[in-house]
Design a protein around this ligand. Structure first.
Ligand code: AMP
Ligand code: ZN
Ligand code: FE
Ligand code: FE
Length: 300
């Protein structure tokens, strides 16, 4: 059995290994393929690609985006991105710029709560997209909290006192950007929607209609029952399946590359099916079929 991991983070966002080290780790774990899916950035991809060539590991270019579906925040993975993305890269640069604004608002709130933190101390911890994990790390360093968990629970998490929501693309816009680059759009870690049964099916059906290609049924935090439900949804709605650990290195030390908490197995056949889907999409686009399929999607 040849194993792969299609959801990972590097120092280009909030992971602790550089893209090259991540690929080295994949080689050490015996993985055949790895997708680098940093938050809001493609900056780690050239290094990952080069390391993949050197190590004979199939590196898939990806990204993870937080998108808005009304009030709901959803994570999407873009997979199989081209070497030189255009409009997507521009949209990501804008999102990274907006992150600075959000981070400063978070620091304003922290200051009012008696946690004075200089933004320089936060950006010094980041090499690429700057986010809440870097703020948590800076809070830990100054002794304002004793763990990441405390930083998120008391301050930075959605129910924390210094929470500020992130600027997001709409789901439709994000899917369109990914498709325009020739990639596939996948719903990341569906368990985070906090839904099951008919309510979940309604949403997945709606996302499929908006152009979603795949669902990340195989994921570190999914129970066996959840995995089975998501696999059933993939069949029901004609979605491909993807899978990955969401490896962040030392930032999430209990999650192992390719193995999650020990039970994760993503077989290389998952990648073959995704690639077949990608080829179908490309062929459809070439003969105009995509237009017909997408005709219900809102135009820009
Ligand atoms: P951001 O993109 O700035 O909103 O930060 C999101 C990242 O913060 C996620 O990808 C996780 O790595 C991390 N994160 C979110 N919630 C928590 C939490 N409760 N505990 C630890 N890390 C978290
Ligand atoms: Zn992350
Ligand atoms: Fe995520
Ligand atoms: Fe992730």
């Amino acid at each position: 059995m040849s194993l792969i991991d299609l959801h990972t983070h590097s120092t280009a966002s909030d992971g602790s290994l550089s893209p090259g080290e991540l690929v080295d780790m994949a080689a050490k774990k015996g993985l055949a393929a790895l997708a680098l899916t940093d938050h809001d950035t493609l900056d780690g991809l050239p290094e990952a690609r080069a390391a993949g060539k050197a190590r004979n590991i199939d590196v898939i270019a990806g990204v993870e985006l937080s998108v808005a579906d009304g009030e709901r925040s959803v994570h999407l993975l873009g997979l199989f991105l081209p070497e030189r993305p255009g409009p997507l890269a521009e949209a990501l640069a804008y999102l990274r710029e907006r992150r600075h604004n959000r981070n400063r608002l978070i620091l304003d709130k922290l200051r009012a709560l008696g946690v004075p933190l200089e933004y320089k101390a936060v950006t010094a911890l980041a090499k690429g997209a700057v986010g809440r994990p870097h703020i948590a790390q800076a809070m830990l360093a100054m002794g304002a909290v004793t763990s990441f968990k405390e930083a998120f629970a008391r301050y930075l998490g959605a129910h924390g006192r210094a929470y500020v929501p992130k600027d997001k693309l709409t789901l439709e816009r994000a899917v369109a950007l990914i498709h325009d680059e020739g990639g596939l759009a996948a719903l990341a870690h569906p368990y985070m929607l906090g839904l099951a049964g008919a309510a979940l099916a309604e949403i997945v059906g709606r996302y499929r209609d908006a152009g979603l290609d795949a669902i990340e049924a195989l994921y570190t935090e999914h129970s066996q029952a959840q995995t089975l439900e998501y696999l059933a949804l993939s069949r029901r709605f004609g979605l491909a399946v993807t899978g990955g650990s969401d490896y962040h290195g030392a930032a999430k030390p209990d999650v192992e590359l390719g193995r999650g908490r020990g039970n994760l197995r993503v077989d290389i056949s998952v990648l073959d099916v995704l690639r077949a889907r990608l080829a179908r999409r490309a062929a459809g686009a070439a003969c105009g079929e995509e237009k017909a399929l997408d005709s219900e999607a809102p135009s820009e």
